[in-house]
Design a protein around this ligand. Structure first.
Ligand code: SAM
Length: 250
């Protein structure tokens, strides 16, 4: 159990790191879709205790966590330089490995709408340098245009209803500098001959109500019209159930 003084230190740390964001954080509310569809995974006070297990995250991804994590990391750079943004916390060691790949002077901001997730990630990061945790909503990040060299969205888009997903992508593109990268890893429509095709569909439909959108349409469908991007690379994994898409802001 976290000691009260540690809790206080953590709050203090957020305020220190947030600066202006500490003011914004007081007006942020938990998005409706997150409360309704994902309370059990992220919002409930016991969620972190249950899900912060890499073997469990790996099981949820049918044994593909390391492969997908490494695909995302490799697209973020090797080593990672400049200013990076990860939109939304992730269970497991993705962010730790991202931070460990950073050269001296590189920075990593992680924005999430749930303080409980930021606290958990702060604990995992154990004081790594150059990393800041920010209480923000992905649909209104509040950063200046072109603030980042690369932005990562790891399994966030499938959790959001279409209108929210569209806003998240618009914000990700907006805060990426021209020539910078937006790296997305998420669900994708598997090949119909995939032996588990008819198992994936009902499982996703039951547990992840917006995920099947990514079976129906390409991510390009939700990109903003007024901020052009080019596809740098696109791959699928595990018979097409997952995808990695890297976009360049033009
Ligand atoms: C990245 S997604 C899922 C990642 C993956 N399933 C995992 O955790 O291993 C989960 C995170 O997204 C965050 N999130 C969801 N909607 C958000 C929003 N509108 N703004 C910021 N963070 C959001 C949740 O608070 C949660 O921490």
């Amino acid at each position: 159990m976290r000691r009260p003084e540690a809790e206080a230190a953590l709050k203090h740390e957020f305020v220190e790191e947030l600066g202006q964001a500490s003011r914004l954080s007081s007006v942020l509310t938990v998005p409706r879709y997150l409360q309704d569809a994902y309370w059990w995974a992220y919002v409930h006070p016991n969620a972190v205790r249950v899900f912060e297990r890499q073997w469990l995250v790996n099981a949820i991804l049918w044994g593909n966590f390391a492969r997908l994590r490494d695909a995302a990391l490799d697209e973020m750079g090797s080593p990672v330089t400049g200013r990076s943004l990860q939109v939304a916390c992730v269970y497991g060691d993705l962010t730790l490995q991202l931070a460990d790949r950073m050269v001296a002077g590189a920075t990593l901001d992680i924005a999430d709408v749930l303080p409980v997730q930021l606290s958990n990630l702060s604990r995992k990061l154990a004081g790594r340098r150059g990393v800041s945790l920010l209480h923000r909503d992905s649909t209104a990040l509040g950063f200046s245009d072109g603030s980042y060299d690369q932005v990562l969205l790891f399994f966030l888009l499938h959790e959001q209803p279409e209108a929210v997903r569209r806003q998240t992508l618009a914000e990700a593109v907006r805060v990426t500098r021209r020539g910078g990268r937006i790296v997305v890893v998420d669900y994708h429509r598997p090949h119909w001959l995939h032996p588990l095709y008819y198992l994936f569909r009902p499982v996703l439909a039951r547990l992840e109500p917006y995920a099947l959108d990514l079976w129906r349409r390409d991510i390009g469908a939700w990109l903003p019209d007024d901020m052009p991007v080019a596809i740098r690379s696109a791959r699928t994994f595990f018979g097409g159930l997952y995808q990695q898409l890297t976009l360049i802001r033009e």
